[in-house]
Design a protein around this ligand. Structure first.
Ligand code: PLP
Ligand code: COI
Length: 345
């Protein structure tokens, strides 16, 4: 497809919002079997009022991005890992797993059918891909749904945090917990998120972009932000990231840890990080995820004050800049993908 056939959109001014595209992929699970799946045009889902997704939040989702490379290839980033995570989530929520071939076909078909909506190379935007798995069908009691729908919707998006390019954000430690130690924080259940809307509002009242959660048991260890994991470069040139059974295993974060090791020659450690005890060793902090990409965190609010990092909390430091560049260049095909992470659609 050539560039003329793209939709006429001001790609550079897109935010992280929903734009209706032409097609979405849907497959249904009933009586122990997945349907073949198909592309449809209707963006409205017609589901039974008794659907467990509506009452008991028996549903989950994934998030990934498709990007256009300079040579016009459309690239996905580690889609098999999203599939694996959706499988783990489905298992935890007593939903049937979406087989890998169905998951990847759904994602691929939804992206291909909406090629005109995939932002062009260099626009700074990407096509966000949102696979959903929801429990549907007639139900009242608390038990797994009789049927399920797997849907893949897509939307062109710009940056998650308002400003363009690599900008510095701030976080405020929340008085609320995101996930219990043995709860569902490590899977991508939609139910993990609505409680965070209030926490985010409270963080934003303090002037922060998002809430930062500490561990629910002791309120000492860093867990993650509302929509992203955390990475920190330290005074000993190590990249550290919280180890916790209650946070989402971010695909972006796992990739960034590898880039730090291989490209930057840094030690990269996943371990418990005590916010107050270790604060003095933090040099650069960032939030990372599919939507957030890598967003440097200039300052964190806790104990009634702001604590700033690199450049007085106003500048992007060299480690996060290099990690951001390394990640984005692999994702948009600018750099040889020596890790074998990208998949052409
Ligand atoms: N943490 C939370 C709570 C998220 O919602 C996300 C987004 O998916 C992430 C972390 C980042 O995960 P990933 O890098 O796989 O997108
Ligand atoms: C993602 O980064 O893909 C997410 O799902 C985070 C979401 C809260 C926007």
């Amino acid at each position: 497809m050539n560039a003329q056939e793209k939709k006429s959109i001001d790609w550079k001014s897109l935010g992280f919002d929903y734009t209706k595209t032409d097609f979405r992929f849907t497959a249904k699970y009933s009586k122990g079997q997945w349907s073949e799946g198909e592309l449809i045009t209707d963006e409205v889902m017609h589901i039974h009022e008794g659907s467990p997704a509506l009452h008991y939040a028996q549903q989950c989702f994934e998030g990934m991005k498709a990007q256009t490379a300079a040579d016009e290839r459309i690239l996905l980033f580690r889609p098999e890992m999203n599939c694996e995570r959706m499988r783990n989530t489905a298992d935890r929520l007593s939903m049937p797993e979406v087989p890998e071939d169905l998951f990847l076909r759904g994602v691929t078909e939804a992206v291909r059918a909406n090629t005109a909506w995939v932002p062009p190379y260099g626009s700074g935007a990407s096509l966000y891909v949102r696979p959903l798995l929801i429990g549907i069908g007639e139900n009242m009691g608390l038990r797994p749904a009789p049927e399920y729908e797997f849907r893949v919707m897509v939307s062109p998006v710009g940056p998650y945090y308002k400003s363009r390019g690599l900008s510095v954000i701030s976080l405020a430690v929340s008085d609320f917990d995101r996930a219990a130690p043995h709860g569902t924080g490590d899977v991508k259940a939609g139910a993990n998120y609505p409680g965070g809307l209030y926490a985010t509002r409270k963080a934003q009242e303090l002037g922060a972009n998002e809430a930062l959660y500490l561990d629910a048991a002791q309120r000492r260890y860093i867990e993650e932000a509302g929509s992203a994991n955390i990475v920190i470069s330290t005074t000993s040139n190590t990249l550290i990231t919280p180890k916790s059974a209650a946070i989402l295993p971010s695909i972006t974060r796992r990739s960034i840890m590898d880039i730090a090791r291989v490209d930057l020659g840094m030690e990269a450690e996943e371990r418990a990080i005590d916010l107050r005890e270790e604060l003095d060793t933090f040099v650069e902090v960032a939030a990372c995820g599919t939507a957030a990409v890598l967003s440097p965190v200039g300052k964190i609010w806790f104990d009634d004050t702001w604590h700033s990092f690199y450049g007085n909390g106003e500048e992007v430091g060299p480690v996060m800049q290099q990690l951001y560049d390394g990640l984005c260049q692999i994702q948009n095909g600018e750099r040889e993908d020596s890790f074998g992470w990208t998949v052409e659609v």
